[in-house]
Design a protein around this ligand. Structure first.
Ligand code: ATP
Ligand code: PRP
Ligand code: MG
Length: 324
């Protein structure tokens, strides 16, 4: 996730300057009051809790596992849109599990007793037991490892595993399957803060505000295109009405309509109007079709870099969360 994090910050014009890759401290020239430290994900959460870090970027899975519901940990941005994965329970496809397809089926298997519990291998020793208990699995024992958990059932070390799944390829290659109701949480990269830092450390809240604004402006923009087109019409009002009659053309705040002037018979007239709208990327083709349907021509599509709103909803949520 480190590379994706650096790429995201760069896209927000917050380039992290690291002297060399073996140095764990760096800076961001645009944010002079900030110091960047490269740490293992779990250590980032631990150091937020101990007060050694003010802000951190990790997966929600790591935040939940090592944050353990602490009141001092605040999720400032819950969807940085990378590091997508889920924490999920998986069992072998074969043997006694062949017809087990849900966590209910698993809980109802007669095999699990106090003497011979369901053996689960997981690195998530806080979330794992909590989840299985909440799902009615009484007789469970846990073992832990730092990686390659998918090997545990075939090695005879465990009956099930609880680990991160993204494409599902690792599970498939190891003859394992996920089951209905077995997802503990959906995860992606999040921006975390220490509540104490934001309330007590001078400048921490201002810096968080700036980072949050840049992240939101960038992430809002990546899903959109700016579309401009020329439309023949009798007035801006009439063109706007035609544009707004189409479901995919309303844009962020309705269309901008400007007259396109030309000189005819010595007079300056406007027969055409230029419209500018923002369009979600997945609606692009539909929007182009709708523009054509209302007489649009010369459709230009450009990427959007930032969308700065008046104020970001997440900033207001953060202030509320902090009681400010
Ligand atoms: N296969 C995956 N696809 C997408 N995201 C993943 C995947 N595996 C892990 N992640 C996300 O990346 C985060 C970091 O995982 P990763 O295993 O890369 O950390 P690490 O640097 O190896 O740390 P550690 O050594 O503590 O395991 C996870 O917490 C999770 O949010
Ligand atoms: O569903 P997939 O796309 O196959 O990805 C899932 C795998 O990715 C993670 O492992 P990682 O590569 O981080 O190795 P590790 O378990 O040794 O940390 C996770 O622990 C799974 O093993
Ligand atoms: Mg890992």
């Amino acid at each position: 996730m480190a590379t994706d994090t650096l790429d995201l910050l760069k896209d927000c014009q917050l380039s992290v300057k690291q002297v060399n890759p073996r140095q764990y401290v760096a800076n961001i020239p645009q944010l002079s009051a900030l110091e960047v430290w490269f740490q293992r994900p779990k250590d980032i959460v631990r150091k937020l809790l101990s007060g050694d870090l003010d802000l951190g970027i990790v997966g929600l899975d790591t935040a939940s596992e090592y944050g353990q519901g602490s009141e001092d940990l605040i999720v400032v941005h819950e969807a940085l849109e990378y590091g997508d994965c889920r924490l999920s329970l998986a069992i072998p496809k074969y043997g006694i599990f062949e017809n087990i397809n849900s966590i209910r089926d698993l809980a109802q298997m007669p095999q699990w007793t106090e003497e011979k519990p369901l053996r689960v291998a997981t690195g998530f020793t806080y979330l794992g037991p909590k989840f299985l208990k909440e799902n009615g699995l009484e007789h469970v024992s846990f073992s832990t490892a730092d990686g390659a958990l998918e090997a545990a059932p075939a090695m005879g070390i465990a009956d099930a595993i609880l680990d991160l799944v993204s494409s599902g390829i690792t599970l498939k290659e190891n003859n394992l399957k996920e089951i209905e109701g077995g997802v503990v949480l959906e995860s992606q990269a999040v921006l975390l803060a220490s509540r104490k830092s934001l309330l007590q450390r001078k400048g921490a809240l201002d810096t968080t505000h700036e980072i949050l604004e840049r992240l939101e402006a960038h992430l809002r923009a990546v899903g959109q295109f700016t579309v401009t087109a020329n439309i023949r019409g009798s007035s801006a009002q009439e063109v706007a009405e035609r544009v707004l009659s189409q479901p995919s053309l309303s844009g962020l705040q309705g269309p901008t309509v400007s007259p396109v002037f030309c000189k005819r018979d010595g007079k300056v007239v406007a027969d055409y109007y230029a419209i500018v709208i923002c369009v979600p990327k997945n609606f692009l083709y539909k929007s182009v079709q709708q523009l054509r349907a209302i007489g649009g021509s010369g459709v230009l599509v450009s990427p959007l870099t930032y969308i700065f709103d008046e104020e970001t909803p997440r900033w207001n949520n953060l202030l509320k969360e902090l009681g400010l």
